[in-house]
Design a protein around this ligand. Sequence first.
Ligand SMILES: *[C@@H]1O[C@H](CO)[C@@H](O)[C@H](O)[C@H]1NC(C)=O
Ligand SMILES: *[C@@H]1O[C@H](CO)[C@@H](O)[C@H](O)[C@H]1NC(C)=O
Ligand SMILES: *[C@@H]1O[C@H](CO)[C@@H](O)[C@H](O)[C@H]1NC(C)=O
Ligand SMILES: *[C@@H]1O[C@H](CO)[C@@H](O)[C@H](O)[C@H]1NC(C)=O
Ligand SMILES: *[C@@H]1O[C@H](CO)[C@@H](O)[C@H](O)[C@H]1NC(C)=O
Ligand SMILES: *[C@@H]1O[C@H](CO)[C@@H](O)[C@H](O)[C@H]1NC(C)=O
Ligand SMILES: [Ca+2]
Length: 530
Amino acid sequence: MLLQVVLLLLHCLASTLGQYELCKSLVSTDEGSVWEHYACQPKSASMKDYMRIKVDPPGITCGNPPERFCTLENPYLCSDECDASNPDLAHPPQLMQDRERNGLITYWQTVTWRRHPEPLLANITMSWNKSLELTDDIQITFEYGRPTIMILDKSMDHGHSWQPYQFYADDCLDAFNMQPKRVRDLSPANITRVICTEHYSRWVGSKNDKNVKFEVRARFAVFAGSRLQNMDSLYTRMESMKGLRDFFTFTNLRLRLLRPALGGTYVQRDNLLKYFYAISNIDVPARCKCNLHASQCLLQDGNLQCQCEHNTTGQDCQRCKKGFKAKSWKAGSYLPAPNGTPNICKTANSVSSCLDCECYGHSNRCSYIDYLNIITCVSCKHNTRGQNCQHCRLGYFRNASAELDDESVCIECNCNQMGSVHDRCNSTGFCQCKDGATGAKCDDCVPGYYWKQGCYPNLCDEEMLLCQNGGTCYQNQKCICPPEFKGVLCQHSRCEAGKDCNTASSPHFSTATLLLCTLLGHLLTRLTPH
Ligand SMILES: *[C@@H]1O[C@H](CO)[C@@H](O)[C@H](O)[C@H]1NC(C)=O
Ligand SMILES: *[C@@H]1O[C@H](CO)[C@@H](O)[C@H](O)[C@H]1NC(C)=O
Ligand SMILES: *[C@@H]1O[C@H](CO)[C@@H](O)[C@H](O)[C@H]1NC(C)=O
Ligand SMILES: *[C@@H]1O[C@H](CO)[C@@H](O)[C@H](O)[C@H]1NC(C)=O
Ligand SMILES: *[C@@H]1O[C@H](CO)[C@@H](O)[C@H](O)[C@H]1NC(C)=O
Ligand SMILES: *[C@@H]1O[C@H](CO)[C@@H](O)[C@H](O)[C@H]1NC(C)=O
Ligand SMILES: [Ca+2]
């Protein structure tokens, strides 16, 4: 009874706090206080406070040297000036993420489009060195008009690889050869589609609508209802729909500004001082991705870091702590609502009754070997072997980018059976090749060899081992000789002394013919008059 009351109270507490904001709580039961664990995630935060901004190319920020600029609405009003050396007139990149006070708008600004028709291009790269999950719309505020062409990119691997997130143009077909779409055209099944939208690029006057958005709320609303009243439904989809969570996940964002605002008309070359980009704010509402193992995410040594619970560790709580690897790591789950499943990392002890059974999650069984006095893992999975399942089975090698407790820690060598000595490889995946074979898997031949279920030395080629007497080399395997010749390189005439054939074309003579020729030569020199 008491337990039920406490649980009910707890449930109320959880719903007032919003779900998944607690990783655990102490509950009293008839047997005393125990910890209850739940799936948990940090609160949404304004990630612009933590972003590192880089603009490219390096000289794109205005003011060095100082320059004048005009506005699109009144092109003859060119009183404004950008001067990097004067704090009041400078427009450095950090003004895209500052906190504006007293209604004073501060903005980053580029040089003007002096070199038209060469495009005025600028990239803004935003990095966090942390996986984040969007919780609301990204909003970029442009002063002096929004770009007519722009791409928003994202990276999920700290900038190693990038993918487009959304295309923006005043004419999608013309700029990107894409049909214009709105998020509201998307159905639940294609909500993660990358679209091109014209909604944020058309000229409406520079003051009327300054914002360009990446719509997250509207995508959430497809599952959670227009006022996001049913987040459970969204979270359930996050678990079941492939790619949905990843769609909102990123470590870096990049804005590629491809053409500035033009004022609703074509480029007027006599006044290029009115074309440039200016951004006053970039809002990125998101939360740290902690795999539902942390409810806090704090700045540590300049980087965001999940405060991992459930005996997990790592920047995103993506591993089990040392000594808690009895089972493979798993992300927490939103299901079942409302508290989810924490998927706690377990000590080896809690699984294998007091033995020190550390198998990096590749086994949860150990046995004691009496005469060696050791405890060893039994039936290591994932192609591992060894006392702690810490080695790879023969024929497999260690995946250098995987942790020891990763399911993909051992990669099959895949040595070519014909080309290699055996099916084992070294620690970087190189197999041991037979003579003439090469390549990591020994499925290639060194020069001078040809492949035919293994590597064999060339019998003919186009350089050293030329087929002679008009023979042709067939796949380095044999010379196809004209009928009157034979031999590996067709170097032998089929004609033998006494037979009726034409030896004149042959550079090779039988001994008898040679003798005859020598004799004839002598005779001729004797007969020639001096
Ligand atoms: C912006 O980034 C893209 C993709 O890496 C690159 O191709 C392009 O050259 C960059 N543009 C500028 C102006 O640096
Ligand atoms: C990124 O974060 C990781 C983990 O917090 C840290 O080890 C690394 O030094 C950081 N890199 C940069 C460039 O700050
Ligand atoms: C998404 O799916 C809906 C209906 O299934 C379809 O009408 C719409 O064109 C699709 N959108 C895109 C961008 O493919
Ligand atoms: C994590 O391990 C510690 C012991 O090191 C234990 O006190 C704690 O309760 C564990 N937490 C969870 C969530 O299992
Ligand atoms: C190696 O491990 C990494 C990290 O777990 C994984 O992403 C990758 O797919 C693995 N490589 C192979 C070939 O299995
Ligand atoms: C594995 O073999 C390849 C080819 O012989 C060699 O280049 C590499 O250094 C070897 N790796 C190790 C770790 O021995
Ligand atoms: Ca600002």
